[in-house]
Design a protein around this ligand. Structure first.
Ligand SMILES: Nc1ncnc2c1ncn2[C@@H]1O[C@H](COP(=O)(O)OP(=O)(O)O)[C@@H](O)[C@H]1O
Ligand SMILES: [Mg+2]
Length: 121
């Protein structure tokens, strides 16, 4: 796994995720070693996107553990997880016309990095 700081270890254990009352994932466990690239493959509706959303804090984790370099991030919000250098970048077109290239890229930066790049008045 590649993050802002180079490599990081991601370990997901027995993850369960729900959208409101509807449970979408049960018992997901996987490990991504530092520098490793892992493809999540499966049919539509299998839970690939939901798994990634849980890792980046976009959906609610019901139970299980998600550790990034040993730090528990399950249940934290995306604004906290991004501070660890991890961000969800939706595929092109899945976040509307207003969000083509600049927004997904800039959302991966920390508040301090964004402030440093903001135009000065
Ligand atoms: N926003 C949502 N609200 C309710 N259920 C959802 C939502 N998004 C996905 N799901 C459900 O969660 C399950 C996993 O979907 P998803 O993670 O999108 O699968 P994949 O990315 O593998 O196609 C499916 O049953 C899907 O219908
Ligand atoms: Mg998907």
């Amino acid at each position: 796994m590649i993050t802002r700081n180079g490599g990081a270890r991601l370990e997901i254990r027995d993850l369960a995720v729900a959208y409101g009352d509807v449970q979408a994932l049960w018992g997901i466990s996987l490990t991504v070693e530092p520098g490793e690239i892992v493809a999540l493959v499966g049919p539509n509706g299998a839970g690939k996107t939901t798994t990634l959303r849980a890792v980046s804090g976009i959906v609610r984790v019901v139970s299980g553990s998600i550790e990034l370099d040993g730090a528990e991030i399950a249940g934290r919000g995306p604004h906290e997880i991004v501070e660890h250098g991890l961000v969800h970048v939706p595929r092109a077109g899945s976040c509307g016309r207003a969000c083509r290239s600049r927004k997904p890229c800039s959302s991966g930066r920390t508040p301090r990095e964004r402030a440093a790049e903001a135009p000065r008045r």
